[in-house]
Write a protein that binds this ligand. Structure first.
Ligand SMILES: Nc1nc2c(c(=O)[nH]1)N[C@H]1C(S)=C(S)[C@@H](COP(=O)(O)OP(=O)(O)OC[C@H]3O[C@@H](n4cnc5c(N)ncnc54)[C@H](O)[C@@H]3O)O[C@H]1N2
Ligand code: MOO
Ligand SMILES: [Mg+2]
Length: 414
């Protein structure tokens, strides 16, 4: 008799998977290799930013006191005593009605407390005039206005993105403490599978799940170990899964997890003595998604059906790996959108519909069965239709999970 599996709610399944994830510790990498990694130390301002009072304009550094009473009728003249660009330091100190010609980014000379932009002056080389008074510190970029020494600017646990890199570089982090990345393996199971470069033959299809998951991992900044494809034969599959599981923190297999005569993953988990967290989730696609743990390592048994495989990765594998990487924001961001099509038939399982989201509407991305591959290629989001007794109509407000967003959110809520 076919095994009866008990489906668990999606949120419970996500919780159970994430609960098993343990951070892998930290390492340091060169700044140029840190993009996309998870920051393992807070970034504290090592010094004020900017580190000195500087000119935000190309113009003349002057003493504001000398500008008192200036007007169109009573222009005030300054003698230019030096000329500096950014990076140069004037050796001159300003005295009454003297100024230094200064470029954007240059340290203000001693005595100066304001900058007249070129556009605010009539310039005649050795001297210039102005027609308005300047306030102390007018047109000055003040030391520490951006960041104060000792201030924590970014907490640990965030994704290092280009802005983070700019900050790290500002403070002289040639090396950065980041969380270690998990070693992740991918094995595609199925006697029907052909490699991408092989021609089709009767009953065979090309392996699309393997390359897809490798790309889903790359999108998270993770490089994986490829274990290729294995045919649906118990002994051989067991050997390769066992080896791969020993060599990785997380092994992702696709296919062979359902109740078919050649679905060997359940038997393999049993032989490995792995603890199966669940083997049925009340979701579609991906109801057969199975997650097991052996010796502290994850075994993700994703469905062979491409849409189910894709969805299983985004919902379960992604947050688990991010948590292992020390990330705080491990879940896909969620928003609401207006549904573009009817889904009038109720479904007891929560459905995840591949869709395009344009900021207002969520439009299903076409053929949306579990075995669909075209809709994964078109979509940038997953519409969530909760399981239950009701259907959904065009115009309904629905939840949408956003795919491919650089950084997610901290709370899982569905
Ligand atoms: N009697 C039942 N049959 C099925 C059930 C069930 O509950 N009772 N569940 C169905 C559901 S839901 C799904 S989803 C599939 C899951 O099957 P498996 O995860 O065991 O995957 P396979 O049987 O190996 O393959 C399913 C399908 O996907 C194609 N496939 C497999 N690997 C790849 C790959 N790497 N790239 C592209 N396509 C792949 C494979 O050829 C099959 O067509 O089971 C249902 N059956
Ligand atoms: O596991 Mo299946 O994907 O629900 O069609
Ligand atoms: Mg099967």
């Amino acid at each position: 008799m076919v095994e009866q599996r008990k489906p668990i709610p999606v949120s419970q399944a996500v919780e159970q998977v994430v609960e098993q994830a343990h951070p892998l510790g930290t390492e340091t990498v060169a700044l140029e290799d840190s993009y996309g990694r998870i920051l393992a130390e807070p970034i504290k301002a090592a010094h004020d930013v900017p580190p000195f009072n500087r000119s935000p304009y190309d113009g003349f550094a002057l003493r504001s006191a000398d500008t008192a009473g200036a007007s169109g009728e009573r222009r005030v003249r300054f003698e230019v005593i030096d000329h500096i660009g950014a990076g140069e330091v004037s050796g001159k100190s300003l005295t009454s009605h003297t100024a230094v010609r200064i470029m954007t980014g240059a340290l203000l000379p001693e005595g100066a407390d304001a900058v007249a932009m070129f556009e605010q002056t009539v310039d005649s080389g050795d001297s210039f005039t102005i027609r308005k008074p300047f306030e102390p510190m007018e047109n000055v970029s003040l030391q520490g206005e951006d960041a104060k020494q000792g201030e924590t600017i970014i907490d640990s646990g965030g994704l290092i993105h280009p802005g983070t890199i700019a900050l790290l570089a500002t403070f002289g982090y040639a090396r950065v403490a980041v969380s270690k990345q998990p070693v992740v393996g991918i094995l595609s199971t199925g006697t029907e599978l052909l490699d991408v470069s092989e021609p089709l033959s009767p009953g065979k299809i090309r392996n699309s799940n393997g390359p897809m998951i490798a790309a889903q991992l790359r999108r998270m900044g993770i490089h994986c170990k490829l274990y290729g494809m294995s045919e649906d034969r118990l002994e051989e599959s067991f050997a390769v899964v066992k080896k791969a599981a020993e060599e990785t923190d997380c092994l992702i297999t696709t296919g062979g997890v359902s109740v078919g005569d050649f679905d060997f993953l359940p038997a393999i988990y049993e032989r490995l003595g792995a603890k199966v967290l669940f083997n049925k989730v009340a979701m579609r696609p991906g109801s057969v998604t199975t997650v097991a743990v052996a010796n502290g390592r994850y075994l993700f048994g994703l469905s062979g059906n491409p849409s189910a495989c894709f969805t299983g990765f985004e919902l379960f594998v992604r947050p688990a790996l991010l948590k292992m990487m020390g990330a705080e924001k491990i879940y896909l961001p969620k928003t609401t959108a207006i549904l573009k099509e009817d889904f009038t038939k109720a479904n007891p399982f929560t459905r995840f519909i591949r869709a395009t989201y344009d900021g207002t509407y969520a439009t299903p991305a076409g053929f949306n069965k579990s075995n669909a591959v075209s809709s994964i290629a078109r979509g940038n989001a997953l519409i969530v239709l909760p399981g239950g007794t009701r259907g959904f109509s065009a115009g309904d407000s629905v939840d949408v999970l956003l795919l491919g967003v650089e950084e997610g959110v901290q709370q899982w809520q569905l």
